[in-house]
Design a protein. Structure first.
Length: 283
């Protein structure tokens, strides 16, 4: 392992964590990781927005606005690939994406480890949701499985990919969105890049890392897509981590986020996050 960066958890604990790179493959990960029994405390905070529906701050309001815009965008992606069938969403949060799909005729199920978020999904939408992928019945066969900014949180990548392969129907679609450390905004903000999000993010991906994992576990990559909306939001957070006050952070973060997208077009670099669409390969 090669030491890479020391990164602070700006959002909850204010602790500092180390990032290291595998000396063989270059995969970057948080090391040491919090033990499983302690990891939950880094999520269970009122302002951890993906597990709540609060709108107390400007950051919360912007997140929810972006999430609302993204729901239809995600639906269009799924519908173009698979116009009907069963969808499993790992890390479904408070369930808005699954509810959106259900309203359009899909059968849906969620996986969400947060007790608070899971309770909201069940109470608000009556959608079946379990705390871990291991509790999804083995006989289930899904036409689509989605992981929207979830893979970076999971401790057992290879075990997860094996389970995903088993749960997908033949030629089923796998959709993965993760932060991309090859982006301009990652290089610009360095240790203050908000998408490191330690220690909740256990692995920090490049495009070659995802391509390798897909190939090794029986998936054929169909397409990668740039995620244009992520860079302004991540840059906003990064500016606050650097000490900018909210009005300036919003302005500067938006400008730098948009510039990151421009650099992606001009230089071929990834955007702040990358979307991967793959299919289960035929045996």
């Amino acid at each position: 392992m090669n030491p890479s960066l020391s990164v602070r958890d700006h959002s909850i604990s204010l602790e500092t964590f180390q990032l290291v790179d595998c000396a063989v493959c270059g995969l970057r990960f948080t090391n040491p990781r919090p033990i499983s029994s302690e990891l939950g405390k880094y999520y269970e905070a009122e302002h951890y927005i993906s597990h709540s529906n609060t709108s107390a701050t400007l950051q919360d309001k912007l997140y929810k606005l972006a999430r609302k815009w993204a729901l239809n965008s995600k639906y269009k992606i799924i519908h173009a690939l698979q116009p009907n069938g069963k969808v499993l969403d790992l890390g479904c949060g408070t369930g808005e994406f699954l509810a959106h799909l259900m309203s359009r005729g899909y059968l849906v199920q969620g996986v969400e480890p947060s007790t608070q978020a899971r309770a909201q999904v069940i109470a608000n939408f009556s959608i079946p949701v379990v705390p871990s992928i291991e509790l999804v019945p083995a006989q289930e066969q899904f036409q689509v499985v989605t992981l929207w900014h979830v893979l970076e949180h999971l401790p057992d990548l290879r075990g997860t990919f094996k389970r995903l392969f088993a749960l997908l129907a033949d030629r089923g679609v796998l959709v993965i969105a993760v932060p991309d450390r090859g982006s301009w905004d990652c290089a610009h903000y360095d240790t203050h890049w908000a998408a490191w999000d330690v220690p909740r993010h256990l692995t920090h991906f490049r495009q070659e890392d995802i391509r390798t994992l897909l190939h090794q576990h029986g998936f054929q990559l169909v397409e990668t897509k740039r995620m244009w909306m992520d860079a302004p939001y991540i840059s906003l957070l990064s500016e606050t981590y650097l000490g900018a006050r909210k009005p300036w952070a919003l302005l500067i973060g938006t400008v730098k986020g948009l510039w990151s997208n421009v650099m992606s077009v001009l230089s071929g670099r990834p955007t702040s996050s990358t979307l991967y669409i793959a299919r289960k390969a035929e045996l």
